[in-house]
Design a protein around this ligand. Sequence first.
Ligand SMILES: CC(=O)SCCNC(=O)CCNC(=O)[C@H](O)C(C)(C)COP(=O)(O)OP(=O)(O)OC[C@H]1O[C@@H](n2cnc3c(N)ncnc32)[C@H](O)[C@@H]1OP(=O)(O)O
Ligand SMILES: O=C([O-])CC(=O)C(=O)O
Length: 463
Amino acid sequence: MLRRSSVVASAFARNLASAGQRRLASTKTIREVLEEVVPAKRAQLQALKAEHGQAVLGDVKVEHLLGGMRGLKAMLWDASVLDPNEGIRFHGLSIPDCQKALPPAPGGKEIIAESMLWLLLTGKVPTEAETRQLSKELAERGQLPKHVEKLLDELPASLHPMTQLGMGVAALNHDSAFASAYERGIKKTEYWTYALEDSINLIAKLPAIAARIYRNAYKPGTPIAGVDKDLDLVGNYANMLGFGDNHNLTEYLRLYIALHGDHEGGNASAHTAHLIGSTLADPFIAYAGALYALAGPLHGLANQEVLRWQLNMRKELGDNLTHDHIKEFLWKTLKGGQVVPGYGHGVLRNPDPRFTALLQFCETRPELLADPVIQMVKKTSEVAPTVLREHGKSKNPHPNVDAASGCVLYHYGITQFKYYTVIFGVSRALGALTQIVWARALGLPIERPKSLSMDAIEKQIKQ
Ligand SMILES: CC(=O)SCCNC(=O)CCNC(=O)[C@H](O)C(C)(C)COP(=O)(O)OP(=O)(O)OC[C@H]1O[C@@H](n2cnc3c(N)ncnc32)[C@H](O)[C@@H]1OP(=O)(O)O
Ligand SMILES: O=C([O-])CC(=O)C(=O)O
C-alpha cells in the first residue's frame, strides 16, 4: 500500500507536470477545461458506487450524534482535504506548493483568487494566460445590478456587515441562470453548466457588494471606484474599498482570500452551501446561507472576535506586554467561561498552516514586524498553547487562521473589525461554489441524514 505522503507527493508531481505541459500553450477557458474533466469524474463516481458502494469507511458511534458529527466521514468533497497534522491541501497541493505553483497578479507575488479558483474547480494548475483570462471575465461581470446597489444603500449602516452581505448575495438570485433554466425545464446533466454560470457571476460581483457595504458603513458619501477590466478580482476589491494604492495591503488581501477559499467539506459555511445547494436552490441563495454560518463566532466571525479580544488585552495591559501579562489575560478569559478566539479547531491538531503563511507574510515586511498589535498577536501565539494545554479542555491548543488574519488588516487601515468576516465571505465562495458546481455535475442527491431521538438511541443500544 502506498504511504499517504507519497500519494500526495505524486498528486503534486502529476499536477505540476500537467501544468508544465499546459503552461506552454493553453489559453482555454475555465468552462472548456471543466468540460474535459467532468466526464472522467462522473465515470470515477459511477465506478465507486458500483464497485465499492458497500465498503465501510468507519463506524457511527453515539458520540458522533452527540458531538457535532466530529470525525464522522459523511461527505464527498473533492477540491481539498484537511489533514489534522499537516493542514489543508488543495487537490493534493499544500499551501507552500500553491505559493510556488499558482500564478500571482502582474507585479505581485501572492496567490490570487483566480488561480486558486481554477485549481479548486478543475484540479489543474492554470497557466498565466488562463489566469489573466479568468481575471478579465470576472472583471467584465463585476458590475452590480441596480436593485442590489439600492438594497445595500438603504440598509442601516449599523446592520452587521455580514447580515448585509448575505442579503446582497441572496438578492443576486433575481438573475439566476440556474433558477430560470430549472423553471424552463433542463436535463439534469446540464445543471452544472448553469450552476457554473451563476457561480462565476457571484464570485465576480462579491467584491462590489463587499466594498459597497464597507463604503456605506465607514466612508459614506464618497464615490466608489468602478471595476477596472485590467485588474484581478482582489485588485478591484482593494480599489473599491479605497485601498487600491496600498500594494502591500492588496497583496495581503490576495493571499488571505486565496488561503481562506476552501477547508474541505464539513466546515459550517461550506457544509451549509452544500446542504442548501442539494435542494437545487440556486448558488446565490445557497451561498447566502453559507455566509450566515460563517457569521458565527465559533467559525468565521472569530477573526472579528480575535481582534476585539486582543485590543481589549492591549487596553487593559498596555503596549509593553510580557508573556506573563498575556498568560494572565488568557486565564482571565478562560476563567470567565469564554473561549479564546483564534485557538482550537474541529479537525486540526497542529498550528494552522494558514496562520503560519500569514505570519510569514508579516516577516517579510519590517513595518508589520514593528507594529505593536502584530507583536502582541505573535506573542499570544507563543503563550496560548501552554495555557490551553494546562486548561485541559481544547483538543487543539494551537492558533487557527483567525488568530492572525485581522491584525494585518488593522495595521493597513481596515480598523473596523466587524467588517473582517466579510473578507472571509468573499473568499469562501471559491470553495463552496466549486462544490456546488461539482455536486450538480456528479448528480449528487438531496442531503438528508438520519436523525435519532435519545430514546431511539437507547433502544438500539439495548438491542
Ligand atoms: C475559520 C475557522 O472557523 S477556525 C475556528 C475559529 N473559531 C475560534 O477560534 C473560536 C475558538 N475556538 C473554539 O471555540 C473551538 O476550538 C472550535 C469551535 C474551533 C472547535 O470546537 P470543538 O471541535 O468542539 O473543540 P474541542 O473538541 O477541542 O472542544 C473541547 C472543549 O474545549 C473547549 N475549547 C475548544 N477551543 C477552545 C478555546 N479556544 N478556548 C477555550 N476553550 C476551548 C470547547 O469549548 C469544549 O469545551 P466543552 O467541553 O465545555 O464544551
Ligand atoms: O475547518 C473548519 O471547521 C473551520 C475552518 O478552519 C474553516 O472553515 O476555514
